[in-house]
Design a protein. Sequence first.
Length: 165
Amino acid sequence: MKSIRFRLIVAALAVMLGSALANSQTTDTTTATTPPAHGPGFGMGHEFQFFAKYLDLTDDQKAQMKAVLQKEKPTMTPLMQQMHQLESQLKQYEEGTYDAAKVQTLVSQQSQSLVQMKVNEARIHNELFQLLTPDQQTKMKEFEANREARMQQRMQSESTPAPQE
């Protein structure tokens, strides 16, 4: 059960990380009019803002998390770009002439990139999780457990065959 909870926490933090990295890749032309870190426009994505409010993160925690994400951006950005490039290359074989050997090579490269990306994400999520207080960690675990329960319920309801008339 702990393994599932940890995976859920990692998944939630992955969403936060992905959102933060996506937002941090946009060019920011404003320098003097940067909004405060506690309000809309924090620049860390909607998911981060949700969890910041839900977990009642302090300004110091937000700053520390932003620093972790900024520190990891140079590591994650090339991996994300490589994944996107490989996906684009695979698309040409889906829509054009299929070449099994080339597709196999691309998927193999993609899997290696995915492994590296997931390893980095797990490390980053651990760093972010360690910045939470014990109460916040508990609240995060409960959130993820509830989310997992909802997902399981949906999966079960979708797999249940509809009654025949």
